[in-house]
Design a protein around this ligand. Structure first.
Ligand SMILES: O=C(O)c1ccccc1NCC(=O)[C@H](O)[C@H](O)COP(=O)(O)O
Length: 234
């Protein structure tokens, strides 16, 4: 199980996540109460072990902003947290010779007034992302009123999981490996086992559920989350 601890804002938290067994740590460049500058993230990322993925989280439609940040830093993965833009993803991937690991977020709207229409949009977005070979992983997250990222909100897993399974099954043509599935959205130590049982994801991601306050990790929550995620797949 790949475990990403997102929205780090200081070296001590990122190092603790790594010591406790996180596979990836994230830094948010998107507008957020946990927003970092590239320079701040870089000063942390370059002190972390080589095997740990250092994820930059962007919400921009400018591929050059992402390209510049990724090329000039110790970051190893770009997470695109805005709506999927195939042209941007292909341009970005092309700049790195197809070697850049790109995570694309796809959000499930929790406050939909028209559930069927929201489901159709979610399904179409997921289908489009899975069809794009430049995507390394898709991150499922919750959205409220079209806003997503670090909300600490879960979504209706029992409703969404069959949609996700169906889209993955129909995208599978046996010719290439599909983007990996990373589950996010309101996860914490007490619910991550259930979430893993529902979706059988390749990885899980958390921000709010391991915090003492926005941008500051709670060591006990962090430890419990990583242990619970690992236990769920033993
Ligand atoms: O974490 C943020 O504040 C954030 C803000 C804007 C865009 C993305 C953001 N985070 C990206 C992540 O990968 C989070 O871990 C993910 O959204 C889950 O967050 P949470 O529900 O708080 O665990």
């Amino acid at each position: 199980m790949f475990i990403k601890i997102c929205a780090n804002t200081n070296l001590a938290d990122a190092q603790l996540a790594v010591e406790l067994g996180a596979d990836a740590v994230g830094f948010v460049f998107a507008p957020s109460k946990r927003q970092m500058t590239l320079e701040q993230a870089e000063s942390i990322a370059r002190l972390l072990p080589a095997g740990v993925e250092k994820v930059g989280v962007f919400a921009t439609d400018d591929p050059y902003e992402v390209e510049h940040s990724m090329a000039a830093s110790a970051l190893t993965v770009a997470q695109l947290h805005n709506e999927f833009d195939q042209g941007m993803v292909q341009a970005l991937s092309g700049e790195f010779g197809g070697k850049l690991k790109i995570i694309q977020a796809v959000s499930y709207e929790v406050n939909a007034t028209e559930r069927a229409a929201a489901d159709a949009r979610f399904e179409a977005a997921l289908r489009a992302v899975l069809a794009e070979p430049a995507i390394w992983a898709v991150l499922l997250d919750a959205a409220k009123g079209g806003v997503s990222g670090g909300l600490g909100t879960t979504f209706d897993w029992a409703h969404a999981a069959p949609i996700v399974r169906r889209v993955y099954a129909s995208a599978q043509d046996g010719k290439r490996e599909l983007p990996k599935l990373i589950l996010a959205g309101g996860l914490h130590a007490e619910n991550v086992g259930t979430a893993i049982a529902e979706f059988a994801p390749w990885g899980v991601d958390v921000a709010s559920g391991v915090e003492a306050a926005p941008g500051r990790k709670d060591p006990a929550k962090l430890k419990a989350f990583i242990a619970a995620a690992r236990d769920a797949v033993r």
